[in-house]
Design a protein around this ligand. Structure first.
Ligand code: ADP
Length: 259
C-alpha cells in the first residue's frame, strides 16, 4: 500500500515537475522573443534617422557645387536627425539602467510640491511656445521616499506628452494631493486624446498611436514605458483615462513617506 502511494505521488511529482519545466521554458522562450523584438525595434529606430542622414550627406557629397541654401537646409536636417538618434540612445540607456536587477536608486525624502515646481520650470517655455495654459494646484507637505532625478524624469515624460499632444491654445492641469493614504499626481490635458483601441498598449516600449506625429515632435515611443518603470520602482502606479478628441488624464499614485 505504502509503495503504491509513493509511486502515485512520485508520478504526480514528475508530472508537476514536467509542467513546471514546460512553464519555465515557455517563459524563457517568451523572454527571448521579447528581447529580440526589443533589439529589432531599437535597431529600426536608429536605422531610420541614420538612413536619412546617409541620403542627405550622400547627395551633398555627390553634388559639391550644390547651392549654399541647399547645403544649409540639408545640414539642418542632418542635425535634427542626429538629435533624434541621441534621444533614442538616451532613452535606451535609461531603460537598460532601470531594467537592471538592482537599479541605482538613491532614496531621499522628496517634497513633491517642490519637485513638480522644478519640473514645471523646465517645461513652461514649451507651454508658452504653444500658448498652452499650464496650471498647477497642489496640497502642501506631500512627501515621499524616492529618487528625485528619476521621479523628475517620470514627470517630465508625462507632462511633456500632455504638451506635445495638446494643440495650440489648449490647457494642461497638474494637480498634487493626498488621496487614500497615497500621493496622487494628476496630469490632465484637453488635447487630442488616445483612441480606446490604443489605450492598452501606450505603456509598451516603442508603441505610438501615430508614428509620424510622435517622431515629428521628437518622440521615441519609450517615454511612457520609462515613466511606468520609475513609478513601479517606487511601488507606485500610473493610470490613464482618455477620450479621443477631448483629452487625457494620467494619474500617478505613489506611497507616502510615513517616516
Ligand atoms: P512618444 O515618444 O511617442 O511620445 P510615449 O511612450 O511617451 O512615446 O507615448 C506613447 C504614445 O502614447 C504616444 O506616441 C502618443 O500616441 C500617446 N500619448 C501619450 N501621452 C498622450 C497624451 N497626453 N495625449 C494623447 N496621446 C498621448
Amino acid at each position: 500500500h505504502l509503495r503504491q502511494k509513493v509511486e502515485v505521488s512520485g508520478s504526480k511529482e514528475i508530472i508537476e515537475l514536467g509542467n513546471a519545466f514546460n512553464a519555465m521554458s515557455q517563459r524563457v522562450e517568451s523572454l527571448d522573443k521579447a528581447r529580440s523584438e526589443f533589439v529589432a525595434n531599437a535597431s529600426h529606430e536608429l536605422k531610420t534617422p541614420l538612413s536619412s542622414i546617409k541620403v542627405l550627406a550622400q547627395s551633398l557629397v555627390q553634388d559639391p557645387n550644390a547651392d549654399i541654401k541647399v547645403y544649409k537646409e540639408f545640414m539642418y536636417d542632418i542635425d535634427s536627425e542626429i538629435d533624434r538618434m541621441n534621444n533614442v540612445i538616451n532613452d535606451l540607456l535609461t531603460l537598460v539602467q532601470l531594467d537592471k536587477d538592482k537599479p541605482d536608486i538613491t532614496y531621499t525624502d522628496v517634497d513633491l510640491e517642490r519637485l513638480i515646481n522644478e519640473v514645471l520650470k523646465v517645461l513652461r517655455p514649451l507651454a508658452a511656445a504653444k500658448n498652452i495654459k499650464l496650471n498647477y494646484r497642489c496640497e502642501e507637505g506631500v512627501s515621499i521616499r524616492g529618487d528625485a532625478p528619476k521621479l523628475k524624469q517620470m514627470l517630465i515624460n508625462i507632462i511633456d506628452n500632455a504638451l506635445k499632444y495638446t494643440p495650440e491654445g489648449g490647457k494642461v492641469d497638474v494637480c498634487l494631493r493626498k488621496k487614500d493614504g497615497e500621493a496622487l499626481i494628476e496630469v490632465v490635458d484637453n488635447g487630442m486624446g488616445i483612441p480606446r483601441a490604443d489605450l492598452p498598449y501606450i505603456f509598451d516600449r516603442f508603441y505610438r498611436v501615430d508614428k509620424a506625429r510622435s517622431r515629428a515632435t521628437g518622440g521615441t515611443g519609450l517615454g511612457l514605458s520609462i515613466a511606468q518603470k520609475i513609478a513601479y520602482l517606487h511601488k507606485g502606479t500610473i493610470n490613464v483615462e482618455s477620450s479621443e478628441g477631448e483629452g487625457t488624464r494620467f494619474s500617478i499614485k505613489l506611497p507616502l513617506n510615513m517616516g
